[in-house]
Design a protein around this ligand. Structure first.
Ligand code: G3I
Length: 407
């Protein structure tokens, strides 16, 4: 999603700390974290962390984080205690790991992976390719020769997956393949589609699959949970890729609720929306959940909690809904405070969209999510969150066949 305003600058001390942490490429100094409470009893939710409850259900409960946040001890503590999955917000993006050709920078991404391993957590690799030119490095935007583009993509994907192959088992292979400017759907126009043609996504998935045939390979998109045209377009895209034998294993529904906020979604409609993907034979996940509130709304926190409750309730009812990740940890760090919503403009700030407040304390939304997880049950076969599932080696083909996208 295009974010046209830069994030606000962090206080100097925090930036210095972040830089110091970023510099530790080999010997990463991991923040100490406190132990989870002993003896989680779901019948008494107060005795449980989100992580304990999610482990029991076989659901990944995750948070995205930036390097500034990981460097704050209380945030590191919250992450390790409450979540079993991490998503680096920007550190694994192409513009971060390979800003110029061959100039790899793994420092911040390594921190995430080291932290996750040290605390028995999974990592969602985000993202191998972002299908929006705004976030593609200039040196890639300059490529016009298909053979060169294939070579560059293959090297980028293979190198990234190889570095983390033993520790990262699921990847957002393509982020935001839909047209950002068209709420009715359609595919994005981007340098990869322009140079390689409509089969570019199948090619990229084939590269990722070849790099790690056991990894879960995902496509990730925004706005499909409340814009029907985008939902239909994503269902059609994933269906066409699957029909063509492309190894797509999951669909990430970002679920940034900046349209509608705590007034949405309808729980049943949200559940059906998730099932539209699982009916295609893929997993589904809520990958970037945040629900902003209006600071002028006296009931904002309560309404926000109810929206979180509806979304999480829908996910736990759908067996192949495998993950609920919030796009941030505490309200002190949220991209929404500087986001300009298309057409609407900036949101009223502070948006306070997450589970923990600006001081790191759990909010009503936290307790709503916890109580849903505590009351839920799922088949025992799902009760593992730490190993990638065995995946059949699916032959990849080069071209998606749905005429909607190839005609
Ligand atoms: O690192 C520079 C810093 O040096 C500079 O001073 C500062 C001011 O311009 O910018 C910093 O870079 C910013 C970067 O975040 C790190 O903070 C970029 O401007 C800013 O565009 C970038 O925004 C990120 C955005 O993706 C683009 O990569 C957001 O933090 C991140 O939350 C957002 O995440 C995306 C998901 O990947 C995909 N789904 C939507 C989601 C929200 O837009």
């Amino acid at each position: 999603m295009n974010q046209r305003r830069p994030l606000q600058r962090r206080p100097l001390a925090r930036r210095v700390l972040a830089v110091a942490v970023s510099a530790a490429t080999v010997a990463v100094s991991l923040p100490a974290v406190s132990a989870a409470p002993a003896g989680c009893d779901p019948a008494v939710p107060d005795t449980c962390t989100l992580r304990e409850l999610a482990d029991r259900l076989g659901i990944r409960i995750g948070a995205a984080h930036g390097p500034d946040e990981l460097a704050i001890p209380s945030n590191a503590d919250t992450l390790a205690r409450e979540f079993n999955s991490l998503t680096p917000d920007n550190a694994m993006k192409m513009y971060a790991t390979q800003p110029t050709q061959g100039a790899w920078d793994w420092a911040v991404a390594d921190e995430t992976v080291e932290f996750a391993v040290a605390h028995g957590m999974e990592v969602r690799g985000h993202t191998l390719v972002w299908a929006q030119d705004t976030y593609t490095p200039q040196w890639v935007l300059d490529i016009t020769d298909p053979a060169e583009m294939r070579a560059v993509l293959d090297e980028h994907i293979t190198t990234t997956i190889a570095r983390y192959k033993d520790r990262v088992h699921r990847w957002d292979v393509i982020n935001e393949p839909l047209d950002y400017t068209n709420i009715d759907g359609g595919l994005s126009d981007n340098v990869f589609s322009r140079v390689l043609g409509p089969g570019w996504m199948a090619e990229v998935f084939a590269m990722a699959h070849a790099a790690d045939p056991t990894a879960e390979l995902w496509v990730n998109e925004w706005g499909t949970d409340y814009l029907p045209g985008r939902h239909d377009a994503l269902v059609a895209l994933v269906g066409s890729l699957r029909d063509a034998g492309v190894p797509v294993h999951g669909v990430g529904i970002q679920t940034h609720r900046f349209f509608g906020g705590p007034d949405g979604p309808d729980e049943g409609a949200f559940e059906q929306m998730l099932r539209d993907y699982t009916d295609l034979g893929v997993d589904v996940a809520i990958t970037e959940l945040d629900i902003p509130i209006d600071p002028a709304d006296p009931d904002g926190l309560t309404r926000q909690a109810d929206a979180y409750r509806r979304i999480v309730s829908a996910c736990v009812r759908v067996e192949r809904c495998r993950e609920i990740t919030t796009w941030g940890i505490t309200d002190a760090f949220t991209w929404l405070d500087s986001f300009v919503v298309p057409v609407l403009g900036p949101l009223p700030t502070p948006t306070r969209p997450l589970l923990f407040d600006e001081n790191g304390q759990p909010k009503p939304a936290y307790f709503a999510v916890r109580d849903v997880l505590a009351a839920a049950s799922r088949p025992a076969s799902l009760q593992t969150t730490t190993t990638a599932p065995d995946r059949a080696v699916v032959p990849a083909v080069a071209v998606a066949t749905n005429p909607r996208f190839t005609g």
